[in-house]
Design a protein around this ligand. Structure first.
Ligand SMILES: Nc1ncnc2c1ncn2[C@@H]1O[C@H](COP(=O)(O)OP(=O)(O)OP(=O)(O)O)[C@@H](O)[C@H]1O
Length: 273
């Protein structure tokens, strides 16, 4: 028996279709628009993010990368005069639905910022802060959370003998991994990272990148980065933003080897940005 196959379907895209069907969507962004007062910063964004993928958001300064990532956990609403339209579905639930409390969303979706921002407390207290808020009081359990989170952030071996020292005594790269550990301590499902290595030296950057490889086994990660090599090294998918729009979204190897849009090509080859 012969099976009729559409001429545009070949072995390669059959494999891609199977992978897509297999992968669970974590976020579905539909026709998202965002305005700061009268200025529109995001325009008609349609993007799907998949479980256990690292997705990189790239684009020139001011194109809306940070605004977009801060919309995913509703942090952008802290800015006065912000208006949005469209929908963002997280694991089947509309994040703008009043029944989906923002605290619950931010527990499921952790965030790591550009500059390491530990609390002015001990390493230990930084990690247990979130779990304590969630009602964990038992010291033995908190000790376990601290060890597990620091191991998860590849920092345990470096700090296990100084857990009660102030977090500010750590190097910048260690502080950033502490912030990742603090994020892991509340057991998120997905981690948003806004240029997490831009304030770090190359050695610490490499450590955080290696850590992301580990983390993606368990978490989905969406990362904003200015660093094209970093996007190419660590991500499965890449979205290229320009002037608040998504110009191209595809598998990272395709974006970097064979972009469809001339503007993507110009950006990744350094012609602007
Ligand atoms: N709090 C704010 N109030 C008003 N406008 C803002 C605010 N934050 C960002 N914008 C504007 O929104 C647009 C997108 O900015 P955004 O910071 O999201 O870009 P970006 O791509 O992350 O830039 P960069 O790479 O420089 O961090 C810019 O025009 C910026 O001026």
């Amino acid at each position: 028996m012969t099976v009729a196959v559409h001429p545009k379907i070949n072995q390669k895209n059959i494999e891609e279709i199977i992978v897509k069907l297999d992968k669970k969507k974590v976020y579905e962004v539909n026709q998202l628009n965002l305005w700061y007062g009268k200025d529109q910063a995001l325009k008609n964004i349609d993007l799907d993010f998949f479980k256990n993928d690292v997705t990189a958001i790239i684009g020139p300064s001011g194109c809306g990368k940070s605004t977009f990532i801060k919309t995913l956990n509703r942090m952008v609403e802290m800015v006065q005069g912000v208006k949005t339209s469209g929908s963002i579905i997280y694991q089947g639930r509309d994040i703008f639905d009043t029944k989906f409390h923002v605290e619950e969303l931010r527990t499921k979706v952790g965030m790591v910022f550009q500059k390491p921002n530990p609390f002015p407390k001990s390493i230990y207290e930084n990690i247990v802060y979130g779990p304590r808020i969630h009602g964990i009081k038992n010291n033995k359990i908190l000790d376990q959370v601290v060890e597990k989170s620091l191991r998860g952030a590849a920092l345990w071996d470096e700090v296990k003998d100084r857990l009660h020292e102030n977090a500010y005594s750590l190097s910048g790269g260690q502080q950033q991994r502490l912030c990742i550990a603090r994020c892991l301590a509340v057991e998120p499902e997905l981690i948003l990272m806004d240029e997490p290595t831009s304030a770090l030296d190359p050695k610490s950057t490499l450590k955080v990148e290696e850590l992301m490889e580990e983390l993606k086994q368990q978490y989905s990660i969406i990362i904003v980065t200015h660093n094209m090599q970093q996007a190419a090294r660590i991500s499965d998918k890449t979205a290229f933003f320009l002037n608040g729009e998504v110009i191209e979204y595809d598998n990272t190897d395709r974006i970097f080897s064979n972009p469809k849009d001339k503007r993507t090509e110009d950006y990744i080859t350094g012609r602007f940005g």
